[in-house]
Design a protein around this ligand. Sequence first.
Ligand code: PEP
Ligand code: MG
Length: 326
Amino acid sequence: EQELGSTTMEQQTLTRDRVQVKLLANINLLGEIALARRLNAEGIGLYRTEFPFLIRSSFPSEAEQYHIYKRLFDEAGAMSVNFRTLDAGGEKTLAYSNLPKEANPELGLKSIRFSLEHRDLFESQIRAILRAAAGKKNVGIMFPLVSSIDEFIEAKQIVLDCMETLCQESLEFNDSIKTGVMVELPCVIETIDAFAREADFFSIGTNDLIQYMLGADRANPMVADYYIPHHPAVNKGIAKIASAARNHGIEVTVCGEMAHEPKHIPFLLGVGIRSLSVDPRFLPRVQQTVMGLSMEDAEKYAGKMLAQTRVSSAKQVLDSWDPAPR
Ligand code: PEP
Ligand code: MG
């Protein structure tokens, strides 16, 4: 952190052939925003809202959430902000939620499913976000672990309903907030065009996408060898999401761990990703990586990667990328 404090970054991030890439920050705690700002992050690509829920002994009220989000905007200044609604369940259990224990929590009542089952709670969060974002530009709300277009439409409708009630209550709120889908489940990729028609933006959560695509628990060291970011199915999935977003003219960001790995960045850019959201401490390294490559090389490399069907040959292509600027 001390070392990063003195690190400087360029305002804009361009590849050697001058293609612009947006660098955003993943924020868990408000205290991390200062570093993101110091390092010139263009925005907060992922604000994980669950932390205030995890540290309390009961659900935070709408007023409590509102105050936290107001502080977030104070800290964020002119940066854009994408809120991810509560990603509860799975490994992030809320002790006070009194839900029965699930045999397979990662396949259970979590994330957007949890929010849709607990409508009051969900509405209190949406209302707090909408109210705190009053008068702000470039604010988004995205939903974690969406599994169907119906679910996304239902969540979006709740946002609209909350706007209507806030209006009736004569409370100030943001009426131009964008709504996005976190692409974290393989089923979304199969109907990605329908999602691109409904959503204002995509955010690819590769941590979960890889876990659910390959059936390998992201946190279990016993299957770490099966959790393969360069797996041909993962590569093709990411490429498909990026091209659907491009065809429909919506923004797509990668916000999983892959986005900060220098060895995966050429592939992501090569398939058309132009926005990466990473833990703030990785921003300088990501910027150096992007500035050291040419998009032309990245595109050729991604094409070669997408032609692979074996994990072993994909690994060879991965290891063949020459990061040294020529
Ligand atoms: C992801 O799944 O890639 C992601 C960014 O969300 P989280 O790591 O919080 O599940
Ligand atoms: Mg996730």
